[in-house]
Design a protein around this ligand. Structure first.
Ligand SMILES: [Fe+2]
Length: 488
């Protein structure tokens, strides 16, 4: 992977005036909502202040992605997933941090800005009046593959971006290799041993299929190595790889095409199948055998997996994932931006031991109580070693399950935690390797009193805070991203 070169800095901040009359301060809400409100700035920036010392061996760029607005002109966007993609590149060099942030200028965003009003349905908010269709902003993740950086939406093709300027270069289908009318995961996986990238999609056809593809290291086209009929469109959000397998968990909810045809947005078209089991599909990466499906109860939504490793003989897979009550989870996401009371959906970190030959699953709960989400590992151990797992938890925020106030580290035996101060909420941790062979934990955070975003650098073992950079403005905490170390 080529290193990102130095960010090209245009002069000064650009103040955003694209979403008036709704301003970021005009809509109060729960703490996590405030941490996701509309951005206030685009352009290059440097931190207002740095506490502690940013490690000098940290040389590279951390890319983050998430929805950048919570209103489109006069329409409030209430769902966590709503809003155009807003990218940030955080560049570390010689103990200093600089940033570049901007919206991904998709054709739909350009169209709405030119129109001066909402024209598309968002994930959870309908466009008032006649909609031109569904918007799938690439606001979930940003991932390097096929010699490019891609902003990812899950429901639409990957969008190529310039890693230096964050300019939107348009959707791509990898030289025509990704099947037409097929979604593309927002969580591709790179096998650390081979450099191959794995991805899944769902064909949006009358008889939907799960499609699994491999982008061999150094190649620009995917090879599709497995297809499996699904019987419906299931909102699979993540998957996992091991040395030999790809593992996909199908949730007990599906997306009603009938609902979408009737003009409902995606969030309104999710239908529960409460009596169905969790279906775990296991496919061989070499495509030599058809995928097998293994059923397990209870059926929960798995938004994110942590890691998976297979036994030496390849017979069993140890998979660790974050389970969340499906119906309550989607309800919380939908009601999150509104004043309604939010129940905490039950969630836990679970260890699944999958016997691929016997087609059985044993499960063990690793956490209980406080909500847990946004797991992270050192990607150098993905699918190969069960190293430490990091995640966020919410211990002290009734009515706000997404106000993550704790970062936690699980080492296979126990948990170590670091709590946020009251009024702060943490964003997804990322393990960032340094030039000395070590690694750090980096995550965004939001401080309500100052209405300001910050970046924490933490010790990977004891979670001790090593440095905190205050941005001087607020940007949404967002969802996911990746780190690209400098080379040479
Ligand atoms: Fe995700």
């Amino acid at each position: 992977m080529a290193a990102a070169s130095a960010l090209r800095l245009a002069p000064g901040f650009a103040a955003l005036a694209s979403h008036g009359p709704w301003t970021a301060k005009s809509r109060p809400g729960r703490l996590s909502y405030r941490a996701f409100r509309t951005v206030t700035r685009e352009g290059p920036w440097t931190p207002r202040a740095v506490e502690g010392e940013i490690p000098r061996d940290l040389c590279g760029t951390l890319y983050r992605n998430g929805p950048g607005q919570k209103e489109t002109f006069d329409v409030p966007l209430g769902h966590l997933f709503d809003g155009d993609a807003y990218l940030t590149a955080l560049r570390f060099a010689e103990g200093r941090l600089s940033g570049l942030s901007r919206f991904v200028m998709t054709p739909e965003r350009k169209h709405e800005l030119a129109s001066g009003r909402m024209r598309y349905h968002e994930f959870g908010t309908r466009c008032p009046g006649r909609a031109l269709g569904f918007k799938n902003p690439p606001n979930i993740n940003v991932f390097p593959m096929a010699d490019g950086h891609f902003a990812l939406s899950e429901g639409a093709p990957p969008v190529l971006i310039d890693p230096d300027t964050l300019e939107c270069l348009g959707a791509r289908d990898f030289a025509g290799s990704w099947p037409a009318r097929t979604t593309f995961t927002a969580h591709p996986k790179r096998d650390p041993a081979t450099g191959d990238v794995f991805a899944y999609g769902m064909t949006m056809t009358l008889f939907p299929e799960l499609v699994l593809g491999r982008l061999a290291a150094g190649e620009s086209a995917f090879a599709i190595f497995a297809r499996a009929p699904l019987g419906g469109v299931y909102p699979v959000h993540d998957f996992m790889i091991t040395q030999s397998y790809v593992v996909v968990a199908l949730p007990p909810v599906y997306i009603s095409m009938w609902g979408l045809l009737r003009g409902r947005c995606l969030a309104e078209s999710i239908v529960a199948e409460p009596h169905k089991p969790l279906r775990i599909l296991v496919a061989r990466k070499d495509g030599t055998k058809p995928p097998v499906t293994i059923e397990s109860h209870p059926a929960n939504m798995i938004f994110h997996h942590c890691n998976a490793v297979e036994s030496e003989d390849g017979r069993t897979i140890r998979l660790i994932s974050i389970e969340t009550e499906a119906v309550a989870g989607f309800r919380a996401l939908e009601g999150w931006g509104r004043a309604t009371t939010l129940a905490h959906p039950k969630s836990q970190m679970t260890e699944f031991v999958i016997d691929v030959e016997a087609k059985t699953v044993a499960r063990t709960a690793l956490t209980e109580g406080a909500p847990i989400e946004f797991p992270a590992i050192d990607q150098r151990g993905l699918g190969r070693r069960m190293d430490a797992i990091y995640a966020l938890r919410t211990f002290d925020a009734p009515d706000d399950p997404l106000a993550f106030d704790t970062i936690t580290r699980w080492d296979g035996a126990g948990f170590r935690e670091s709590r946020a101060r009251r009024g702060q909420v943490f964003g997804e941790p990322v393990v960032v390797p340094d030039a000395a062979g070590g690694a750090w934990i980096a995550h965004l955070g939001y401080e309500a009193d100052r209405d300001e975003t910050f970046l924490d650098i933490r010790d990977p073992d004891d979670l001790r805070l090593v440095a905190r950079a205050w941005f001087g403005f607020r940007m949404p905490l967002g969802f996911h991203g990746h780190y690209v170390p400098d080379v040479g």
